[in-house]
Design a protein around this ligand. Structure first.
Ligand code: SIN
Length: 491
């Protein structure tokens, strides 16, 4: 049991289908490990394709009635779920730290963030407004209705075991859709805990279904979701490579898709920026969850006038991190989820050093703490052709690059196929506007390194994907617009 869990009912070990903790007939299981200790914390059924079909069918049956539920009831269930998450926030955070490794303070922040989507969409549920339109024939009138799209398949990643699922579930349930959620095989326990609380919150059986498979079997679930005619929409958060595959696989059913894919976020710090603010926010952005977020700063461009000062202050801050087991008091940064993330950090760091970068903070593996611990690396004078500037690192490596003019840095910011988040630090309104308008990204964060919130539209452009999560727009991805023409009304 995770250290300090009080409400042990939150720890579940079976899939949740049709309002029941489902007895899987699968002959195989998969292990969930604590990345900090590498110990097995759960052994769960690796569900069969037939059981995934059963979950989809259950969601389909539930949709027939759930779509007609009173929107005020849906809002009430969503509100209840928010309250239950807040009541159990400490336990839910412990589950996140246990399965994902992030430190407890980050995990607690994630639970509040995750729960806030239920609160936000409880309110948005009542605002699925349509329009009245005057067509060209005067005696005809057009009314539009927003209706739930149907059963949705939600494919979630390991980096935010709670929040990435709730960001999808909340608008789906608010709109009147039913869902089959597939958590990452490395971090499934948080989703099961949310399913347990959703049951307490009053959601009808079959509206929320959580299926379980190993990471090895995840492509099978993806294919099932894509090819099922019963699933009308898929929302995916993960890599651009997998996003493209899902899109290809979905062509036979012409599925509506939302894709929140890879990023390669630049931070641009101008000479006139508030230096202390820029340093602390760049560190916060780069090392949130140790770099395992799609919106983390991947490239840090600093103007030549403040470059040296910025680099020194940035390095000093990183040296003050306390790295350790996420459950330990005072730990600021814990471990990564798996070893392949560390390998990528090492490859990117070595490549940049080979191309002329110097290490301000060397960093490296910390085997005395465990095999997933890595002290952050900070590099300065990273040259333009380096891999770290082209590809998402998704780990604790900070790459600093010097620039002179805003035109030059803008070109470098946009020299990527990705376009998720970007950050600008300046006190000059003209500079801020020039960069915000011209950077090719779905989200620009000005003078802050932490910007995500249920109220803001989250999503990318280019190969970072499409669709928006959260905000007043987030529900649109789960609805279809129906137009009703009232003819000859002046008879
Ligand atoms: C992500 O990594 O995609 C999510 C980050 C966030 O929502 O803050």
């Amino acid at each position: 049991m995770a250290p300090g869990i009080k409400n042990t009912k939150l720890i579940r070990s079976s899939p949740y289908i049709a309002g029941k903790w489902f007895e899987s007939a699968s002959k195989t299981t998969f292990k969930v490990t604590d990345p900090a200790t590498d110990k097995t914390i759960a052994e769960l059924p690796d569900q069969t394709p037939e059981e995934i079909d059963h979950a989809i069918k259950s969601a389909y049956e539930a949709f027939k009635t759930y779509k007609h539920t009173n929107v005020y009831d849906r809002a009430k269930w969503l509100k209840n779920l928010h309250s239950l998450m807040m009541e159990n926030q400490d336990d839910l955070a412990r589950i996140i730290t246990w399965e994902n490794g992030k430190c407890l303070t980050d995990a607690l922040g994630e639970v509040k963030y995750a729960a806030s989507y239920f609160e936000w969409f409880a309110e948005e549920a009542k605002r699925m407004y349509g329009h009245t339109i005057q067509p060209s024939v005067p005696s005809n009138k057009v009314i539009t209705l927003k209706q739930p799209i149907g059963v949705v398949g939600l494919l979630c990643p390991f980096n935010f075991p709670s929040a990435m699922g709730t960001r999808k579930l909340a608008p789906a349930l608010a709109a009147g859709c039913t869902a089959v959620l597939k958590p990452d095989g490395q971090t499934p326990l948080s989703s099961l805990a949310i399913a347990y609380l959703a049951e307490q919150a009053g959601f009808p059986a079959g509206t929320i279904n959580v299926v379980l498979t190993s990471t090895k079997n995840t492509p099978m679930v993806g294919l099932k979701f894509c090819e099922s005619p019963l699933i009308k929409k898929i929302s995916f958060t993960g890599s651009t490579r997998v996003g493209k595959l899902l899109m290809k696989q979905s062509s036979s059913t012409l599925k509506k898709l939302s894709m929140e894919l890879g990023g390669n976020a630049p931070i641009v710090v101008f000479d006139d920026a508030d230096l202390d603010l820029a340093v602390s926010q760049a560190v916060a952005s780069k090392f949130r969850s140790l770099g395992q977020t799609c919106v983390c700063a991947n490239r840090i461009y600093v103007q030549s006038g403040i470059y040296d000062k910025f680099a020194d202050q940035f390095a000093e801050k990183v040296k003050s991190f306390k790295i350790g087991n996420g459950f330990e008091e005072g730990v600021t940064h814990a471990c990564l989820v798996n070893e392949s993330l560390i390998e990528k950090v090492e490859q990117h760091a070595q490549d940049a050093i080979d191309k002329g970068a110097t290490a301000l903070v060397k960093g490296g593996r910390l085997p005395e703490l465990g095999k997933h611990f890595y002290a952050p690396t900070v590099l300065r004078d990273v040259s333009i052709g380096s891999r770290v500037l082209k590809e998402e690192t998704f780990g604790p490596l900070a790459a600093l690059v010097k620039f002179d003019t805003k035109e030059e840095v803008l070109e470098q910011c946009n020299d990527t196929e990705f376009g998720l988040a970007s950050y600008v630090f300046s006190e000059n309104l003209g500079t801020i506007w020039y960069m915000s308008e011209n950077i090719e990204a779905g989200m620009i964060s000005v003078n802050t390194g932490l910007f995500t919130d249920a109220s803001m539209p989250f999503g990318g452009v280019k190969e970072s994907g499409f669709g928006r999560e959260g905000s007043l727009y987030g529900i649109d991805d789960y609805t279809v617009i129906k137009s009703i023409t009232l003819g000859n009304v002046y008879r």
